[in-house]
Design a protein around this ligand. Structure first.
Ligand code: ZN
Length: 285
């Protein structure tokens, strides 16, 4: 069975990860962020299985079999090269000792049996400051055949230096696009991310209006993504990025109000919105 099975509502994230595994292009540092309850660590473990599965057919598709010795060791937490750093003690933090013994002490040596070693941090904001600093050096000069997955439900609280060294993967399932059907929620939040993003795909308006009633949750979701980007940029001291994200969020809210009043053709209206988002000062930066 596919190791990705069971990650319901995360189709977009799973497709993205599978593609990068199949192409052999998994970034050495990933930041999984999502609302509380999103399967961040489960997805990181599935990624570790897909990178190390002994079944070549599954591997070629960016998947794992879930049954070979590598997959089962990872699933049961006893694989020597797949390490999850968890919060410990009364302080509920990931202590520096864990990073020293479980990460720094190992990375000078080749993996025991894995093709790709995977270090997972269960909640990256819980890294004690010295622990975060020592990880930072490793993220700057990543060892070969090693992938770090930092998981967090509060990415804006993470050290900007850590955030900037990781490729961000946003999980759906939160308030941004809530829906009773998890597959639909995942698709809608994927569209919301695209609308909030910088790249302009000409097929986006059509894809947004394809499903009846899909447009409004996508628009609202995009505004929420942009508000989040603005908060994170402000916290990181990047005022220009914060202002730009906030301006784009405002444009979306104003557009939404205008369309709700005029009951415009949705396809034309979304086309106009996207044009407006890309015309905002600095929007193509
Ligand atoms: Zn396997």
């Amino acid at each position: 069975m596919s190791v990705w099975h069971g990650l319901t509502g995360q189709d977009r994230v799973v497709a993205q990860l599978q593609r990068s595994i199949a192409r052999g292009r998994v970034p050495h540092a990933l930041l999984f962020s999502g609302p509380p309850g999103a399967p961040l660590v489960d997805t990181a473990l599935a990624l570790a299985m897909a990178l190390n599965c002994l079944d070549a057919t599954a591997r070629a598709e960016g998947d794992g079999c879930g049954q070979c010795s590598a997959c089962t060791k990872i699933a049961s937490g006893i694989h020597p090269d797949v390490v999850t750093l968890i919060r410990e003690g009364a302080a509920n933090i990931v202590p520096i000792e864990s990073v020293r013994t479980q990460v720094i002490g190992r990375i000078g040596l080749p993996p025991h049996e894995a093709d790709t070693r995977v270090f997972i941090v269960e909640e990256a904001t819980a890294l004690a400051p010295p622990a975060a600093n020592s990880l930072l050096k490793t993220l700057e000069e990543p060892p070969n055949r090693t992938v770090f997955v930092m998981c967090t439900t509060a990415p804006e609280q993470l050290l900007p230096t850590i955030r900037s060294r990781c490729q961000r993967i946003r999980f759906g399932g939160g308030t941004a696009v809530a829906d009773a059907d998890p597959a639909r929620a995942s698709r809608l939040s994927g569209l919301a991310d695209e609308l909030a993003g910088d790249r302009h795909d000409p097929s986006l308006p059509q894809r947004i209006v394809e499903g009846k009633g899909d447009a409004i949750p996508v628009i609202i979701g995009a505004a929420q993504v942009l508000h989040q980007v603005a908060r994170e940029a402000a916290a990181a001291g990047d005022a220009a990025r914060a202002q730009r994200a906030a301006a784009r969020a405002h444009a979306i809210i104003n557009w939404h109000t205008a369309v709700a009043i005029h009951n415009a053709n949705p396809l034309l209206a979304i086309d106009a919105l996207i044009a407006q988002l890309h015309e905002l000062p600095g929007a193509s930066a």
